[in-house]
Each structure stands twice: as C-alpha cells, then as structure tokens.
Design a protein around this ligand. Sequence first.
Ligand SMILES: NC(=O)c1ccc[n+]([C@@H]2O[C@H](COP(=O)([O-])OP(=O)(O)OC[C@H]3O[C@@H](n4cnc5c(N)ncnc54)[C@H](OP(=O)(O)O)[C@@H]3O)[C@@H](O)[C@H]2O)c1
Length: 172
Amino acid sequence: MGQVRLYIAVSIDGYIAAADGGVDWLAPYPAEQFGFDAFIATIGTVVMGRKTHDQARSFDTWPYAGKRTIVLTTRPLEPPHADVETWSGEIGPLCDALGKSRGDVWLVGGSSVTRAFLDARRIDRLELYVIPILLGSGIRLFAESPVLQQARLADATMLAQGVVRLTYDLWR
Ligand SMILES: NC(=O)c1ccc[n+]([C@@H]2O[C@H](COP(=O)([O-])OP(=O)(O)OC[C@H]3O[C@@H](n4cnc5c(N)ncnc54)[C@H](OP(=O)(O)O)[C@@H]3O)[C@@H](O)[C@H]2O)c1
C-alpha cells in the first residue's frame, strides 16, 4: 500500500468546519487552485467519516468520482451507493485490508475519523492547508486524545491568497 495521507483544509485556529458543520468559509479557496489535481492523481482510495460523506453527497458534484471510496459508519447508507463501500470498527484491520490497494490513501476527515487513525498510528503524512481565517469556534481538526505523537516537518510552502501548506511526516 502507498501512504495514508490526511489532506485537509484548516483555519488558523484549528477548525475544519463551523460549529454547524458548514464549510462555506472554504468557498473562496477552491482546492483546484492549490494543487488538488496533482494530489488526486496519486490517490487510489479515499476514506472518510459518515458525516463528511453525507455532507459531500449534498454538493453539486461528487468530489471522489473514479476513486475507491470507503465510508466509516455503523449504519447502512441510505440510499446505498454502488460506488461506495462501508467499514465499521477498528482502523488497523481496515488499513491491513487496504494493503493490496494501488496508490495512496486520502484520509478526507472529519475530526472523528482523523482521531481514530491517529490513535491507531495509521497516518503517514499530514498535508494541512492553513486558511487565513479565524473561525472562533467549530469542529476541531484534532480532537483531544491521551496519545502523544511526534512529527517531522517535511515542507512549509506559502501559496496563493495567503494559504500555507504544512506537510508533516508521522512516525508510526
Ligand atoms: N476542512 C476540510 O477540509 C474538511 C474535510 C473533511 C471534513 N470536514 C468537516 O468535518 C465535519 C465532520 O467531522 P466529524 O468529526 O463531525 O464527523 P466524521 O469524522 O466525518 O464522521 C463521524 C461519523 O463517522 C462514523 N465513524 C467514525 N469512526 C468510525 C469507526 N471507527 N467505525 C464506524 N463508524 C465510524 C460515525 O458515524 P455513524 O456511527 O453515525 O455511522 C461517526 O459519527 C464536517 O462538518 C465536514 O465539513 C472538513
């Protein structure tokens, strides 16, 4: 398997969504202007939480077309989607099952799934797009955890519109 990469946009004060789950504040920063096409070309599988999936289904276009897509959920998808698989339970066995997949794994989020992958030490790389906004409240990128984890800064790049991309490698 390739790397498991958390690729995500985050406010300066550490939020990935407003308190109501909204991401309108990201509209002025379309991912396509920040290297998304090159990124997605390296991805074979996308993994996300149920809330992130349900929100993405409400968008005009399904952002993950053509990619193997796995949604972590304890409930059936309604309606079921032929292009999406579901997974319930431990992260380690999921990653082991992905072992034969081609390409990297994009961990889309949200917060709950990110925490589960971090605690299982199954993320290889963090790719954080820091958006120049202070949301003040919302859904935190990193939920609290007793687990301490070291990271190595691999890259810091200033992009357009004051966006900064921070790339960290994690040691499992
Ligand atoms: N800024 C960004 O780039 C970005 C990217 C992604 C997401 N987001 C935001 O993140 C927010 C959602 O984050 P969130 O933390 O609230 O939710 P989430 O991580 O997207 O989904 C959480 C849900 O996933 C299911 N789940 C999680 N772990 C599981 C496991 N191990 N086994 C089975 N099911 C599991 C549970 O659903 P059930 O038990 O109910 O099935 C849980 O309630 C959204 O507002 C979205 O906009 C932002």
